[in-house]
Design a protein around this ligand. Structure first.
Ligand code: ARG
Length: 405
C-alpha cells in the first residue's frame, strides 16, 4: 500500500495545498481564525522539518499526505484533525501531483528553449556549410548544415507549444472534490483554486478525483520529446562513425573501449536513444492502468507516480546532456562536402534547370536527367564531372549554360 518511498517528493505541494485549504476553512468560518493560523504556522514548520531531513518516513503511514497530517496532529493536538474537514486524500493527491507537474513542465519548457538556442548558435555558424541531405538515408540533395539543424529547432518548438497547451487545458483545481461527491460544508473552491494558481476549480467532482489525463498528456509529451531526441541521437551516432566522420564528439560525451584502444563510442547519444524505450514504456504503462478504470478513485491510480516521476527526471537529464553535447560537437565541413561528391547529388538541380531553361515538363526533365546519371555511372563519374559533349549526346537542347549554372 505504501507510496511514501516515491511520493515524498510531493511534500512542498502537499503543504501549499493544505495551507490553501486551511485558509479557506477559516475564511468560510468552518474553523476559527485562531485555529486557521495555528494550522498554517504548524504546516510551515513541518515544511522546514522535511526540507532539513528531520521527518522519519514510515511505510505504516502509507503516503506523504498521511505523514504530514500525522505530524500536524502531533504538533497542534486534535486541532490538527480538523484540517481534513471537507477534504479527502483523493482530491489532495490529484491537486498535489498537478501542482508538482506544472512546475516540472515549466522547467522542461526552459530546457527545450536552451537546447533550441544551442542548436540555433550552431546553425548560425554554419549558414554556408554544405552537406548532403538524405532521404532513405541515401544522398539526396545538397543542403546547408544550418537547414538541417533548424529542423530540430522546429521539432523542439512544437514540444514547447505542446507543453503550453498541456498547462492550459489542465490548469483546473481538483481540490474540494473531496472523496468524489463534493462536500456538505460551505467551502469556497474558487478561493483555493486561485490561491494555488489554477484558472478555476474543476467543474465535476467525480472527474476531479478520477482524472489523470494531465499525467497521460505529460507522459505523452515526454514521448514526443524523446522521439525528437532519439532521432538527433541517431544522427550523432551515424555522423561520428567512420562511414561519415561529419562530427568530432567531445571526450566528455564519448567513451573508450576496454579492448579496442582506438574507439570513441558515442555513449551519451546511445543512452538517450536507449532511454526513449522506457519513456514510451512509462506512457503505455499508465495508459493501461487508466483504461477501463471505473469512476471515481481506485488505488490503481497510485501507479501513476513512478512512471511520471521517472519520465520527467529522465527528460530533464536528457535535454541537459543533449544541449551540452551539441554545444561541444565540432563539424567537419570537408567530410560533408566529400560526401556530396557521391550519389549524383545535383540531379534534381539538373532536372529543375531543364524545366526552367528549356521549358520542358518536369516528368520529361526527370527522364532526361535519368539518362545523364546512367551515362555518368557508365563513365564512373559524377554528373557534375560530365562535359558539354556528354550532355549534348543525351539531349542536344542542353547548352553550356548548364555547366556554368
Ligand atoms: N497514495 C494515494 C495515491 O497516490 C493517495 C490517495 C489515497 N486515497 C485512498 N482513497 N486510498 O493515489
Amino acid at each position: 500500500n505504501a507510496s511514501i518511498k516515491f511520493d515524498k517528493i510531493l511534500f512542498k505541494k502537499d503543504i501549499s495545498a493544505s495551507k490553501a485549504h486551511a485558509n479557506m476553512l477559516g475564511n468560510q468560518k468552518i474553523i476559527t481564525e485562531k485555529e486557521k493560523l495555528r494550522i498554517v504556522n504548524a504546516l510551515s514548520e513541518i515544511e522546514i522539518e522535511i526540507k532539513s531531513n528531520k521527518m522519519k518516513f514510515k511505510n505504516e503511514l502509507e503516503d506523504i499526505h498521511t505523514h504530514i497530517e500525522k505530524r500536524l496532529i502531533e504538533k497542534v493536538g486534535s486541532l490538527g484533525k480538523k484540517l481534513h474537514t471537507a477534504r479527502s486524500r483523493n482530491d489532495q493527491v490529484a491537486t498535489d501531483v498537478k501542482l508538482w507537474l506544472r512546475d516540472e513542465i515549466l522547467t522542461i519548457n526552459n530546457l527545450l528553449r536552451q537546447l533550441q538556442s544551442t542548436l540555433i548558435e550552431k546553425a548560425e555558424k554554419n549558414l554556408h556549410t554544405i552537406m548532403p541531405g538524405f532521404t532513405h538515408l541515401q544522398v539526396a540533395q545538397p543542403i546547408t548544415l544550418a537547414h538541417h539543424l533548424m529542423a530540430y529547432v522546429n521539432m523542439f518548438g512544437r514540444d514547447r507549444e505542446n507543453s503550453k497547451k498541456i498547462l492550459d487545458i489542465h490548469n483546473y483545481s481538483p481540490l474540494g472534490s473531496a472523496a468524489l461527491a463534493g462536500t456538505t460544508f460551505n467551502i469556497n473552491r474558487e478561493e483555493t483554486a486561485s490561491k494555488l494558481g489554477f484558472k478555476a476549480p474543476m467543474r465535476n467532482s467525480i472527474d476531479g478525483v478520477s482524472d489523470r489525463d494531465f499525467i497521460l498528456d505529460a507522459l505523452n509529451s515526454c514521448c514526443l520529446i524523446f522521439l525528437h531526441l532519439s532521432r538527433l541521437s541517431e544522427e550523432i551516432i551515424l555522423w561520428s562513425s567512420a562511414g561519415y566522420e561529419f562530427i568530432n564528439l567531445p571526450d566528455t560525451f564519448s567513451t573508450g573501449s576496454s579492448i579496442m584502444p582506438q574507439k570513441r563510442n558515442p555513449d551519451a547519444a546511445e543512452l538517450i536513444r536507449g532511454k526513449s524505450g522506457r519513456i514510451v514504456g512509462n506512457y503505455v504503462s499508465m495508459f493501461t492502468v487508466m483504461k477501463a478504470l471505473p469512476l471515481a478513485y481506485s488505488k490503481d491510480m497510485q501507479e501513476d507516480k513512478e512512471p511520471l516521476f521517472d519520465s520527467i527526471e529522465t527528460t530533464k537529464d536528457a535535454l541537459k546532456v543533449m544541449s551540452n553535447m551539441i554545444r561541444d560537437i565540432s563539424f567537419n565541413s570537408d567530410k560533408m562536402i566529400e560526401m556530396c561528391e557521391k550519389g549524383h547529388i545535383l540531379s534534381t538541380d539538373v532536372a529543375d534547370w531543364l524545366v526552367d531553361e528549356l521549358k520542358i515538363p518536369f516528368r520529361e526533365a526527370h527522364n532526361v536527367t535519368g539518362k545523364i546519371v546512367a551515362l555518368a555511372e557508365k563513365k564512373n563519374l559524377q554528373i557534375h564531372n560530365l562535359n558539354a559533349n556528354d550532355f549534348k549526346k543525351i539531349d542536344k537542347r542542353i547548352n553550356t549554360k548548364l555547366l556554368n549554372s
